[in-house]
Design a protein around this ligand. Sequence first.
Ligand code: HEM
Length: 483
Amino acid sequence: MFYILLAAVILLVQYIGWQLFFGPLADIKGPWLAKLTRIPELLAVNRGNFEQWNIELHRKYGPVVCYAPGKFSINTVTAARELYGSRYKFPKSTFYYAFGNPDNVQSDLFTEINPKRHAIKRRKIASLFSTHEVHQYEPVMDRETLKLCSRLEEFSQTGKHFNMPDWMQFYAFDVIGELTLGESFNYLGYGYDHNRILEAIRLTFRYGAHVGVFPELHPIVGGLTQALRLKIPFDIVAKHILHYMNNKRKCDESSFLAKLFNLKEKRNLSHMEIFNTVGSNIAAGSDTISIALSTAFYMLMKNPVSMARLRKEIDAAAADQPRDEPFSFAQARKLPYLQACIKEALRIHPVTASPFVRVVPSGGAIFDGVYFPAGSIIGVNPWTVHYNNDVYGPDAASFQPERWLQDPSIMTELEKGMLTFGLGSHSCLGKPLAMMQMSKVLSHLVRSFDFELVDKEQPWSTSSMWLVKQEYHCSVKIRETQS
Ligand code: HEM
């Protein structure tokens, strides 16, 4: 027993010495406990403020920091472009496993970490997400926008306060439900999570964010769950999707699901791939948009000068537009200040909380002058780049849509730092859809309503579990003076 204990102590001392003093990466700065264990990372995830912790680490330790043994965060644009820009050179780390099935062969695009399999999967479905394709969903967005407006009109009449992010979530889920499955979830009608899908997705992200710190545990935890036949949160969503897949004849021809079935033979899409694409649309394409919209509204309420300038632009463009007709995307994308507000909202609150982690392949790699051996896990977190004063200037932490209206050469540099939709071979497929939806609904609501924060002094509260969700209450009034 004594010898076992002694051997354990020697191994421990060796490990500590290697990690803190003698190992090839011991010089990289970071909290000493983070160099030895994943506990600080887990605590930051569990507190729900990983992104703030990550920003703080860079303020304290510089552009390259160690935030867990073998894991490094870099906050520079050059590192981001190198890490994500070179096609599949740096594959995704096993962190992503934790968001999917423990059997990674059945993974979806987001959780697929094998570069070859990912490229094949992405090629099969990418065309469905092109700007041209998603234009067809404008009528769905308009219909749901008008439903949202009628709920806001009720709030205006009753004076009831409401949590804006909740209603943005109801709206975004109804849109994604209708365009993916051909039928809205009708959260706007119910006004609460009537089928518990929102809760199921929240718990799935919560599980992924925590277990993603220890991805090696996912097969065990996931396997145990399956062996014990325990219900996993995503089961609820899966049941819902399967219901639609099994009744495919009834599904609307213009829906994603119908289009996927039409591509089944041509692109050799399996039943599982169709299921996964529908599932990831619902999980990835709703909370994300609602968070981005909630940011835009909050920032505009906090910055009345920006709100007034946006209003002026929208009112001028809407002079001949019927009051109940949202702008087409073709109209909305031509409004420079609207686009600048959207971009700035996406910059100041980049939706996802963690670095997009990738693995250094054999031969190692150099980032910002530091050599990382094979197997190191490197990530760039959009929050740390977007709040980096060297990239976005001394006002990086403030909402300034005007920064996106500068000289084109300055804008090109600013664009390079924008990581909200990721970068490279794993970047967001839903970006065209998200930009269209945000442009249309934001312009219509700003045109139609006056929003006011209930507590102007108190900042919003945020909490992250991979996605950084917000909470704030506001009141709304129908605008009398709109065009
Ligand atoms: C404001 C809205 C959105 C934001 C900020 C966002 C953000 C992201 C980010 C950061 C990634 C890459 C993650 C990584 O590399 O780790 C991603 C991937 C993805 N997103 Fe989005 N997303 C948004 C909306 C959407 C929508 C509307 C859809 C679909 C309807 C969607 C579908 C996907 C898919 C399928 C992937 C995986 C792509 C791949 O790995 O090839 N997203 N998203």
